[in-house]
Design a protein. Structure first.
Length: 246
């Protein structure tokens, strides 16, 4: 396959930067074949493949730029999420008989990341590394959505008086980290994970006035996101049921 053919079949996004620590925001699109190696002229700043020394140097330069962009993006995300939460001072309250309690915890130290967790137009909480929080919700069916670099959803059927735990985790991405989650089950192995992730994180809680403003500002998008999962346009990949009750 020629280079020109390859460019028509695969898209590579390269973020351009300018100066020190400043993101230009310009996107350069290059199309390459997923199965074929690119020729070296397809990516700006990279010479022909037989110029190994120049190629290695160029790739190293681009790696530094990409890492800088990821750091800027992660910092912006964490700053926004962090302002919605504060360290919890009061003890954990008793749950009401007709409600279920759901804990969300992110006990990873690295890479940095986080997300916002909602249901409908209601903000349940925001989370970043080394934090956990809980939400009391009515027993019955729920659709929880995690928003970070991408959206993830959990469909839950919760029993009154039961407690549930969701482990949030970060994975490295090409241009930024990605945030995912998985519900823990009522097994010996998951009970150990539950105890460790709660012990190793600090509890945070919503700042009510900031949460109310955020909900008002994001209302339209929250409705759209929920509808995309309910309609099947986006896939609901996780569920919570009786096997997760503790």
């Amino acid at each position: 396959m020629s280079c020109s053919d390859a460019r028509e079949e695969r898209r590579l996004i390269v973020l351009m930067t300018k100066g020190k620590g400043q993101v230009d925001g310009t996107l350069a699109f290059v199309k390459l074949d997923t199965a074929a190696p690119y020729c070296g002229l397809c990516v700006p700043g990279i010479g022909r493949t037989n110029r190994k020394k120049d190629t290695r140097k160029s790739m190293k330069d681009w790696s530094r730029k990409i890492m800088m962009i990821c750091l800027v993006a992660a910092t912006a995300l964490l700053s926004g999420c962090g302002s919605l939460m504060t360290e919890a001072k009061s003890p954990i309250a008793e749950s009401k008989p007709d409600t279920a309690r759901v804990f969300f915890a992110l006990d990873q130290g690295f890479p940095q990341g986080g997300g916002v967790i909602t249901e409908g137009t209601k903000l349940l909480g925001a989370i970043s590394n080394g934090q956990h929080f809980y939400a009391d919700v009515p027993a019955g069916e729920h659709l929880f959505i995690l928003k970070s670099e991408q959206d993830e959803a959990i469909k839950a059927n919760l029993e009154a008086g039961k407690t549930y735990y969701v482990k949030v985790f970060i994975t490295p991405g090409v241009m930024s980290t990605r945030t995912y989650w998985t519900p823990l089950k009522n097994t010996a192995e998951d009970l150990k994970i539950r105890d460790e992730m709660i012990k190793d994180t600090k509890r945070v809680e919503l700042v009510p006035e900031k949460a109310a403003k955020w909900e008002a500002d994001e209302k339209e998008e929250l409705i759209e996101r929920e509808q995309s999962f309910k309609s099947g346009e986006d896939e609901i990949k996780q569920t919570i049921g009786s096997a997760n009750a503790m």
